[in-house]
Design a protein. Structure first.
Length: 401
């Protein structure tokens, strides 16, 4: 995918962002920042609208891509328990990329206003920088980010959140791809800290290291082995512990009719207090693109915690997602999706299930303007929180260069 094919994503994404589930780093950052949002996934939307790649403004080899979006809609329950209200959003952002030296930087802001329920008002921000240095036999990636996301009643939480709270995070990532023939060896390091402004003062810190081995015998099929260890420290000390994971599997990330990934293995949780536990892990994803205009995607996982986000508690997660995208009349994309996430928390008997469905229409009016209409439904079922559901409808207009 061209670096500039997704430069309209940050603004639209921030306006249409569903209730945040902790800090989902890779969904909050654009692909133009090396080290974030570029992990193997099965997505075809970037391949749609082939002629609508955004070029940005170039100065001496540096491309600057500003964007701004505004949205208006209705939220039936902004926090799962709050009363319904109109919803107003404003989100400016800018992406700066120098592809000669592999540098990318992003800054974005989002304000959320609920006129009939001002207690749910809030604002998010994202600041990130990444560097990708391509050397003769290895590629070094480094990325850093500061961001704040809204934590709502539809997050995986062992405690209720009567009002939307902010989760502020810092993230550092570094990796190095050593390539030799058909083998790629990648050591990785990361540090993530997230803290909530809720009365309980919840926080989480994850320090992690891993190594990934890829063997590509035919240039297309990847045979993957992955080992990862992380130490998690929470404000609730009973949640502290070590997670270690070992996975092996295959993936095919080439653009074509089919695209898939299947990894399996084991993960172990060694808490600071209590008995250690081990469980099987599976990560699977598949995509089918029957023609140039339509794609279907499916993913499923069963693991300890979610590697794509950091929460203020630890849990065993089982998750499945399904989505479809179709390009209509060259300048209109129709999308729909559904997901189910089930969490069983450690050190407590608490369980929670979040179900989400959504549908959207994105209409590119011209090379700089895009109109979107989006509908979402969220549902929460838990043995420690009152059941809740939410309907969110949003109309937005995004401008980008």
């Amino acid at each position: 995918m061209s670096r500039y094919a997704c430069l309209t994503v940050p603004a639209v994404m921030l306006v249409l962002m569903p209730p945040a589930w902790a800090l989902e780093l890779d969904s909050l950052l654009p692909a133009g920042v090396s080290g974030f949002a570029n992990f193997p996934d099965v997505t075809f939307i970037s391949r749609l609208q082939h002629g609508d790649q955004i070029q940005g403004i170039e100065f001496a080899g540096v491309t600057v891509s500003p964007s701004v979006s505004v949205g208006i809609g209705y939220d039936s329950a902004p926090n799962g328990a709050a009363g319904g209200s109109a919803a107003l959003n404003f989100a400016p952002s800018v992406l700066i990329a120098d592809k000669t030296i592999g540098l990318g930087a992003f800054a974005g802001l989002q304000t959320n206003s609920y006129p009939q329920n001002s207690a749910q008002d809030g604002g998010n921000y994202t600041i990130a920088i990444g560097e990708k240095a391509i050397l003769p036999q290895n590629t070094i990636n480094f990325a850093a980010a500061l961001l704040r996301s809204q934590q709502t009643g539809f997050a995986l939480e062992p405690t209720p959140t009567p009002a939307a709270t902010s989760l502020t995070g810092t993230a550092l990532r570094a990796s190095d791809d050593f390539a030799s023939g058909m083998i790629i060896l990648t050591p990785e390091l990361s540090y993530i800290r997230a803290s909530s402004n809720a009365a309980a003062g919840q926080s989480a810190t994850e320090t992690a290291a891993g190594v990934k081995l890829q063997i590509i015998p035919d240039g297309v099929l990847h045979i993957i082995a992955y080992a990862h260890a992380s130490h998690l420290a929470y404000s609730a000390a009973s949640q502290n512990g070590w997670n270690t994971t070992g996975l092996i599997g295959i993936s095919d990330d080439e653009e074509g009719l089919w695209n898939f990934r299947l990894l399996g293995g084991f993960t172990a949780r060694a808490p600071a207090t209590g008995a250690a536990s081990t469980l099987p892990v599976i990560e699977a994803a598949a995509g089918w693109m029957p023609d140039d205009l339509t794609s279907l995607e499916f993913s499923a996982a069963h693991e300890i915690d979610d590697p794509d986000r950091i929460d203020t508690a630890s849990y065993i997660i089982t998750e499945a997602k399904l989505s479809i995208a179709h390009e209509y009349l060259r300048n209109i994309i129709l999308t729909a999706g559904a997901s189910v996430t089930h969490a069983a928390f450690f050190a407590t008997p608490l369980i929670e299930t979040i179900t989400q469905t959504d549908a959207a229409i994105a209409w590119r009016l011209n090379s700089t303007l895009k109109f979107s209409a989006d509908y979402e439904f969220n549902d929460r079922q838990a043995n420690h929180l009152r059941a809740a559901n939410e309907h969110v409808a949003t109309l937005s207009l995004a401008w980008s260069l």
